[in-house]
Design a protein. Sequence first.
Length: 243
Amino acid sequence: MGRDSQKGATPQIPKAMRFEYFRQLLNFYARNESVPSPVLESQTRKGEQTRQAILDAAVLRFAQSGYRSTSVADIARDAGLGGTIAFAYFKNKEALFLAAVDQDVAAHIQEGLAFVTDSQSSRKQPEADWQQRLFFTLVATAEQHPLSRRLLAGLEPEATDRVLEIPALKELRAACATRLQSEQTAGTIRPDVDPLVMANGIVAIMLALLMSVVQLGSTATTGYATEVAAVFAAALRPTSPRD
């Protein structure tokens, strides 16, 4: 009976052999990037979640206290992490600040971009109206993006150039240009204007107005939205009726 029980028992694999097996398995996944590794995927997801938690905490902390008065340890503590964990994801405080700026400003711009590129909106709104609605969309959502609002208020002057070159802002300019091109094709705006040049001008004016709203208050500036829309319409309206 002892022999039968030994035959049915699960053989014990030496610990050294088990370690070697997992080592070779990890090496295999590392060499073959197309083959998903549950272990590596789990570690990657955890790393992405940690990085995002740091960024979210950085947006709020920098918006509240400003760059100079904020430490990386403050941000890590807000994210529920150890004080040095952030340096595994960001080289230094400046890199973390710029990443936070990119995230919050891009999210703010995306609010307006979603409106410009919405196909149903393009069909329903007249050409002079979408620009005014774009402005009001960015104004209405500024409170939801505190670090973007801080930059628009002029409280971080060293980062202003960064905002002007952010990829999301370039995407907004391109979306406005595409919208203007479609309106040229439809014959609702002048055919002799460069859509890209006009789009750059529209976005520049929008930013200037948005900064005015943040710095002076909405009551001092939003009253001019209709007049600004009239300027856009005058600049874009066809000089003669469409045949």
